[in-house]
Design a protein around this ligand. Structure first.
Ligand code: HDE
Length: 713
C-alpha cells in the first residue's frame, strides 16, 4: 500500500489497487470466513430426500449474500460506464490557481471517469435521448477532486430547489411506471411548458447532442461557474470544458431507436472495446477564465447555470489532457460504487454562489448514504484518496481502517496534538474570502430571468442538418404528448425561441402556433413573487452565432475505431479488397466482415477470413460505413438475402459512406443507392481507399439528407 511518505509516487497508474484485487485462479473455493468448501451444489439434508437442515451454514451464507447483492441504483445517472486513466497538464497556471494538479506538468494524475445517461434505470438502453453525465474523479496528491459535469454546457434549472420537480417530471409516470428512459411524455412537457428556464438545456437535448455516436465523442462541461484561487489568494471565475480529440459526433434518431433494439449496450461496448484495443479516448481540458472584477460584464448572470459563456466572449484555454487507458476489473466494485461529490475539492479550487451548485453540495454526500450505506464510503478502494487521510471522525458501518491511539478529538495532548492542523500557506484548504452583503431572502434573482436569448443563439448556430434533426426531435417528443393544451403551450414557448422552428414543429403536429398562453409564461415562481418581473421578455441578440455550439466545430480527420462493415461471401474479390483493408487498418478502423453465414468465408485467393457477424445477427446501424466486396459468386450470394439490400439502403438513409469494387456495384444497383450513386460524394464505385477514408472521417454526408428521406429502409 502506498504510504505517501515519499516512497511511492502518487502518479502511479494503478493507484496501488493491487492490494484490493482478488484473483481466484488456482485458489480453492472458501466461505467468507476462509473455510475450504467441498460441495457448493447440494444443501445439507436429513436423509437423501430431505428435509434441509437449518444448521447448513454453507447454504445460509451463500443465499444470504445473494439476497443482498443489490444496492439502490443512483436516483439519476443510474446507467453508466467508466474507465481509469490519467490527466496530464500541458502548462502550469500558478497565476490562476495554487492547486498542484494545475502546477506540475511532470505529473500523471490518475483519474476515474464515469459517463451516464440521466433518466433511465441501470438496465436501460444506452441510446435513449438524454443529457449525458461526464464525471471525472482526479486522485491528486492533495486529495480527491471531482469534476461532476454533463455533455451539455448548461442545466435545466437555476436553483437546486427545483431538481426533484424536474426529475419527477421526466422519470416514468408514477401510476404506470411508463416510459422508461424517455423524456417524450406528458409529465415532462407539462413541467417544461410552465418552466421556461429549462428551455435552453432542452433545446440541446433535442439537438444531436442528446444522442451521441460514442461516449468517446462527447464534449464535457463542468457547467457552473467555479473559482480558482492562486497563492496570493486572488480569485478568478472559471468554467471547465472537456474537448474530445475524436470530435463531437452523433447518431440520427432513426439509428438510435434501432440501436436500442440491436445492441442496447452500444455505448458501453464501444468504450470498453476501444480501450481494450489500445485506442485510448482522449479529451483536452479547457478553461474559460474570468477575472472577479468582470463578474457583471456579461449580458447574463455568471451564477446562472442555464446560461453558457459563448467561446466568442471568453475563449477556452486548453491546459491539459485526459486519456482513458484501462477498463475496470469489476463493474460493481468500481463503476457502481464510485461516488462523485462536487464538494470534493482541493486547495486552490472553490465554488461560486450558483444556487444550483450550492444545493448539489448537499445532495451528493447525502445520496451516498442511501446508496453505499455508510459514512465511510470514501474508504472504498475506488473512492479512496491517494493522499493520506487522518481525522477524528470515527466508527460507523464498515469502518475499514484500524485507527490507532486513544484520541478522537481535537485539541488533545494525549495524541500529541495529532492529527494536527495545516497552515494555509502549507496546504490547508481555504475557502475564498468573499464579501457578502445582503438580506436573507427566498427568491430568484431578476438577473436570471432571460429564458429565450440563449436557446435562440444555440439554434441559430447549428448547421442546416442539425437544425433539421432538432425540428424532428421536437416533433417526435411533442407528438408523444397526449394533452393538446401542453403541446400548444410548448409551441408558444418554442416560438419565443425561434418562430420558424415553432412553425415547422407545429406543422408536424398538425397544430397552429399560438400567439399567447393562459396565465404567466413562467410559473416556477413563489406565490408572493412579483409575477411581472419574473416573466421572460423577448429574446435578446447579443451575438449572431457562436460556431462552437455546433457539433461540427471540432475538426478531426481520424477514422480510428470507426466500425466498417465489409459485405462479402465466399469467392469475394481479394485483389480489390486487400488494399482497402490495409488502408483502413492503417487508420485503426475496426473492419468487420458481415457474411451470409457465420464462421469463415474463403476469398478469391483461397484464404479463409473470419466472419464477424452473420447478416441475420447484425444491423447496419451498428456500423459507421459499408464496403461491398466484388467477386461474382460473392455478390450473387449477397443478392440472395434481402437483408443485405436493407443493410445498404439503411446505411444510405443514415447518410453513411458506402464503397464498392467490381461486381459489388450490382448490390448497389439492387438498392435505392443505384439511382443516386453517381451524384453522391460519399458513395464510391471503384474509388480509392483514401476517398472512402476521407468520407468516413466526415462521419456523415448530410448533403444527402433530402434524398435519403425517400429511401424506405
Ligand atoms: Fe447531479 N446528482 N444533481 N447533476 N449528477 C447525482 O449523485 C443533483 C446536476 C451529475 O457518474 C446524484 O451520486 C442535484 C448538474 C452526474 O456517479 C445526486 C442537482 C450536473 C451524476 C445528484 C443536480 C449534474 C450526478 C445521484 C441540482 C452537471 C452522476 C447519484 C442541484 C453539472 C455521477 C449520485 C456518477 C448524480 C443530485 C444537478 C451531473 C442525487 C440535487 C447541474 C454526472 O446526488
Amino acid at each position: 500500500m502506498s504510504t505517501h511518505n515519499g516512497t511511492s509516487s502518487p502518479d502511479q497508474k494503478d493507484r496501488d489497487l493491487d492490494q484490493y484485487r482478488t484473483d481466484a485462479s488456482g485458489q480453492p473455493l472458501t466461505t467468507n470466513a476462509g473455510v475450504k468448501v467441498n460441495d457448493t451444489n447440494n444443501s445439507l439434508k436429513a436423509g437423501i430426500r430431505g428435509g434441509t437442515l437449518l444448521e447448513d451454514f454453507l447454504l445460509r451464507e451463500k443465499i444470504n449474500h445473494f439476497d443482498h447483492e443489490r444496492i439502490p441504483e443512483r436516483i439519476v445517472h443510474a446507467r453508466g460506464s467508466a474507465a481509469h486513466g490519467i490527466f496530464e497538464l500541458y502548462e502550469a497556471i500558478p497565476q490562476y490557481t495554487k492547486a498542484s494538479i494545475f502546477n506540475d506538468t511532470s505529473r500523471k494524475t490518475p483519474v476515474f471517469t464515469r459517463f451516464s445517461t440521466v433518466a433511465g434505470s441501470k438496465g436501460s438502453t444506452d441510446l435513449a435521448r438524454d443529457v449525458h453525465g461526464f464525471a471525472v474523479k482526479f486522485y491528486t496528491e492533495e486529495g480527491i477532486w471531482d469534476l461532476v459535469g454533463n455533455n451539455m454546457p448548461i442545466f435545466f434549472i437555476q436553483d437546486a430547489m427545483k431538481f426533484p420537480d424536474l426529475i419527477h417530471s421526466v422519470k416514468p409516470e408514477p401510476d404506470r411506471e411508463i416510459p422508461q428512459a424517455a423524456s417524450a411524455h406528458d409529465t415532462f412537457y407539462d413541467f417544461l411548458s410552465l418552466t421556461p428556464e429549462a428551455l435552453h438545456n432542452h433545446i440541446w437535448l433535442m439537438s444531436d447532442r442528446g444522442i451521441p455516436r460514442s461516449l468517446r465523442m462527447m464534449e464535457g462541461f463542468g457547467i457552473h461557474t467555479f473559482r480558482m484561487i492562486n497563492q496570493e489568494g486572488k480569485a478568478h471565475f472559471v468554467r471547465y470544458h472537456w474537448k474530445p480529440l475524436l470530435g463531437v459526433r452523433s447518431v440520427v434518431w432513426d439509428e438510435a431507436v434501432k440501436i436500442s433494439g440491436a445492441d442496447s449496450d452500444f455505448h458501453r461496448r464501444d468504450l470498453w472495446d476501444a480501450i481494450d484495443a489500445g485506442q485510448y479516448p482522449e479529451w483536452e481540458l479547457g478553461l474559460q477564465i474570468i477575472p472577479e472584477e468582470d463578474e457583471h460584464k456579461f449580458p447574463f448572470d455568471l451564477l446562472d447555470a442555464t446560461k453558457l459563456i459563448p467561446e466568442d466572449m471568453v475563449p477556452v484555454k486548453i491546459v491539459g489532457k485526459m486519456t482513458l487507458n484501462r477498463n475496470p476489473d469489476n463493474f460493481f466494485a468500481e463503476t457502481e460504487q464510485v461516488a462523485f461529490l462536487p464538494d470534493h475539492l482541493v486547495p486552490g479550487l472553490d465554488f461560486s454562489n450558483d444556487p444550483l451548485l450550492q444545493g448539489r453540495l448537499f445532495s451528493y454526500r447525502d445520496t451516498q448514504l442511501s446508496r453505499l450505506g455508510s459514512v465511510n464510503f470514501e474508504q472504498i478502494p475506488i473512492n479512496k484518496s491517494i493522499a493520506p487521510m487522518h481525522n477524528n471522525e470515527r466508527d460507523g458501518h464498515m469502518q475499514m481502517a484500524i485507527p490507532k491511539g486513544k484520541t478522537a478529538y481535537f485539541p488533545n495532548t494525549l495524541g500529541g496534538g495529532c492529527p494536527y492542523l495545516t497552515k494555509l500557506a502549507e496546504g490547508g484548504y481555504e475557502s475564498f474570502t468573499e464579501r457578502i452583503d445582503g438580506h436573507k431572502i427566498r427568491a430568484r434573482s431578476e438577473s436570471f430571468v432571460d429564458y429565450y436569448s440563449q436557446p435562440a443563439l444555440f439554434y441559430r448556430s447549428l448547421t442546416d442538418w442539425e437544425q433539421a434533426h432538432t425540428v424532428d426531435a421536437y416533433t417526435f417528443e411533442l407528438g408523444k404528448v397526449n394533452y393538446p393544451h401542453i403541446q400548444k403551450r410548448m409551441l408558444y414557448q418554442i416560438s419565443q425561441i425561434d418562430e420558424d422552428l415553432a412553425r415547422q414543429v407545429a406543422e408536424g403536429l398538425g397544430l397552429e402556433v399560438p400567439t399567447s398562453v393562459d396565465g404567466p409564461v413562467n410559473q416556477a415562481i413563489g406565490a408572493d413573487a412579483d409575477v411581472e418581473k419574473m416573466q421572460p421578455g423577448k429574446k435578446k441578440i447579443y451575438l449572431d452565432e457562436s460556431p462552437a455550439l455546433s457539433e461540427s466545430y471540432i475538426k478531426t480527420d481520424t477514422i480510428a475505431t470507426r466500425q466498417i462493415a465489409v459485405l462479402a461471401a465466399d469467392g469475394f474479390d481479394a485483389d480489390a479488397f486487400l488494399p482497402m483493408h490495409e488502408a483502413l487498418k492503417a487508420e485503426n478502423a475496426m473492419v468487420k466482415i458481415v457474411a451470409p453465414h457465420g464462421g469463415t468465408i474463403t476469398c478469391s485467393q483461397g484464404h479463409e477470413h473470419k466472419v464477424a457477424a452473420a447478416i441475420m445477427t447484425t444491423e447496419s446501424v451498428l456500423f459507421d460505413a459499408v464496403y461491398i466486396a466484388g467477386g461474382q459468386s460473392s455478390v450473387d450470394a449477397l443478392l440472395k438475402k434481402a437483408k443485405f439490400k436493407k443493410f445498404v439502403d439503411e446505411a444510405f438513409m443514415h447518410c453513411k459512406a458506402i464503397a464498392t469494387d467490381g461486381e459489388g456495384v450490382q448490390l448497389l444497383d439492387a438498392t435505392h443507392v443505384g439511382e443516386y450513386k453517381n451524384d453522391d460524394k460519399a458513395v464510391f464505385v471503384n474509388g480509392t481507399p483514401q476517398d472512402f477514408i476521407d468520407a468516413v472521417a466526415q462521419h456523415r454526408n448530410y448533403a444527402r439528407m433530402e434524398v435519403a428521406k425517400m429511401v424506405p429502409a
